[in-house]
Design a protein around this ligand. Sequence first.
Ligand code: ATP
Length: 434
Amino acid sequence: LNLRNHNLSDKINALPQKVKNLLVEAGRIADDEGLSVYVVGGFVRDIILGVENLDIDIVVEGDALRFSEKLADYYCAHLTKHDRFGTAVVVLEDDFKIDVVTARKEYYEYPASLPVIEGGTIKDDLFRRDFTINSMAIKLNKSGFGNIVDFYGGRRDLQMGLIRILYNLSFVEDPTRVFRAIRFEQRYDFRMEEKTEEFAIKAIESGILGKVSHERINFELFSMLKESNIPAILERMEQLHILKKVYPQIMLTNDLKKVLRNAEEDFAYFSEKLNHPESPDRTLLYLLILHSNMDHENAAKSSENMRLTKEYKEEILKLIEVRDRVLSNLSGNVDISYYDVYNELKGLSIEILLVLCMISGEKKVINRIILYINNLKNIKTYISGKDLRDLGVKPGPEYKLLLEEVLAAKLNGSLQTYKDELEFLKRIISKENN
Ligand code: ATP
C-alpha cells in the first residue's frame, strides 16, 4: 500500500475491461452534464487492498437522477429511480448493477432513528459513512480521473489494519455499524481502533441494540453468514456481549465452537465424498449448526426471533426432532441393517444429514450417513402396485407393507433385478397365505 500514490488510474486500468470502460464513461457523461462523479465505498477500499469487488456505488455531486438517465441511455440499460431519495439503480443487459446516489448530508434526530437527508458535497457524503476505510472515493471526471478522495484517513487505517468510526456518536446513531465493524475486522483480519472499540462497547452496554428492528439485525446476521470466517465473527460477537443480547438462545459452548471451526473443512470433505448433485445451502448449514444444541422450545423461539422463512424453520425443528434418536441409533455400538439406516435417515435434507455428521463426529455414524447419501437414498424397488395386482393381491393397506418388505430386502442386498424382486414377492405372499 503506497500512501503517496494519490492516483489509482493504474489499478483501474487493471480491472476487467467492462468495469474500466464503465468508470471512464461515467466520468465522460458527468463532464457533459457539468457534474462531479465519484465511485465510493467498498469498491475503493478493495481496489486499494487488491481484493476483487465489482459492486459499483457512484456518488454524484448534484442531480444523480439526471446523470443516471444519461448513463442508462448510453448503455441501453434498465433504470429504476427513487425520486424522493435522489437515488437510482442502473442495470446493464448482463445484469451488472450500478448504484447511483446524490451526494448527501445526513443527520439523525434521535438515536437509532433513520437519518434526515439533505443534498451535500462529496465530503459530506463520505462523512456519513460507517468507517474511515469505507469513506474514500475515486474521482471519475476526466480532469482528475483516478484521484483518491480521502478526507478521513481511510488509507492510513487500511495500512494499519484499523476499523475506525468517523465521529463519536456513530454507533449510537446507527447501532448496526457494530455488526459491520465485526464483519470487516474478521474479513480482513483487522481490529477496531481502541476508541472505536470503547464506543462500540458503550453502545452495546447501553442496550441500544434493543431499539433496532428485527429486520435490520437479521439483515446483518445474514450478511455475516455470507462471510468466510463465521466462527471468528460469532466468537467476537460473544466477546462483545452482543450475541446474548440479540440472539439469547444461541449457546456458543466449546463443543459448538469446535463444530463451527471445523465447518468449512468438513463441508469441503463431504462435498468431495458425496455423490450429491446439488451443493448444500451454506446459510442453512450454519443456521442448523447454531441451533443444533438447543431444545425444541428454544429452537422455535430463536428461529422466530431471526424471522426465518418457513422452510428454514421447518428444517431446524426437524433437526432437533431427529437429532438424539439418529445419533444414538446410528452409533457404533448398535448393530443395524442397511434398511434400518435407511429408515433412520429417509426424508432428511442433505443439510441436516451433513450437520448430523458434524455434530456427531463419530466415525461409524458419519460412515453410515455417507453410505445412506451415496448408496441407499435413491434405491427404489422395480416392482410396484401393478405387480401386486397382477399377482392377485387385493388393493389395501397390505400393498404398502409388502412393497416395504421388498425394499428392505433390496436395501439389505439380497435382490438385484426385477425378477429377483418378483420371486421374493411371490415367496412372501405364499408364506402369508399359508
Ligand atoms: P461489502 O464488501 O460487504 O459489500 P461494502 O462496504 O461495499 O462491503 P455495503 O453494505 O455495500 O458494503 O455498503 C456500501 C457503502 O455504503 C459502504 O462502503 C459504506 O461507505 C456505506 N455504508 C453501508 N452501510 C452503512 C452504515 N450502516 N452506515 C454508514 N455507511 C454505510
